[in-house]
Ligand binder design. Sequence first.
Ligand code: PGA
Length: 310
Amino acid sequence: MDKTKTKQLLRQLSLRQLQLFEAIERLGSYTRAAKELYITQPTASMQIKKLEHSVGLPLFEQIGKQTYLTEAGKIIHRHTQQVLDALANMEMEIADMQGLKTGHLRLAVVTTAKYFAPRALGKFCELYPGIDVSLKVTNRESLLQRMENHVDDLYIIGHPPQSDNMIFEPYLDNPLVVLAPRNHPLTDKSNIKPEQLAQYYFIMREPGSGTRMAIEDFFAQHKIELKIRMELGSNEAIKHAIDAGLGLSVLSRHTLALEGVNGPLSILDVKGFPLSWHWHVGHNKGKHLSLIAETFLNFIKAESDSILHK
Ligand code: PGA
């Protein structure tokens, strides 16, 4: 690109357009990106048209319902990432200069930690009231995707993959238990053999869930085929389905945080359970943690037990 064209591009494009462009690529949809940035879908389309006009080439192509980057789009995306990373670092360094008075913490957690994370954030914000936080609750697969895209500062996950690009450390137990309605014939039995579960229907989390992965691993190892009645994308929905007599399931014991162990569901005494999982907290390797993220990391490592058992 000659210098006149570069000047023209710099005059026309805006950081907001680049932010939108990045969000569309990450979320694979204009609608979702517009929602994330609190703008309307027509505004999003118009801004991308303007950006394409400034660049002089189309940046996205639509195949079926999916939006893909064109070759020019891929180049713009690579550089946009660098620009947005540089801005995030700038924000972070300035916030660090101001100590813990202001700034932003982005935390993403798997669904089993959604009962714990708000409590931890609540305590943290009492100590540092000037900080604003965003908490994303999602399943394992989508959390790892966010991590790959460097979306958040810190991540909490049950069973991190082996990867050279991530640093995780275990910090709290996340036991997975077999749940049944209180009036189930197995409720009062002890030492139930896993094979006995095969005669009952099961309710599973969606593909991409770490809880589902743990259940599938366990029963595959025991060569037991489960009868799956349905898949549900939320722990709460599964608890309601168990209560309604639709089947059994395996969930994190933390999902019983609000009702406690004397609620409508009972934990079955099945051999091999609870599966002993641990939550791990971590971040991308090589990412310079902001002062806020580092303080939060140390805070939850030190305080989690007392937050959980208060
Ligand atoms: P998930 O959480 O089932 O929401 O993916 C599993 C985990 O604790 O890592």
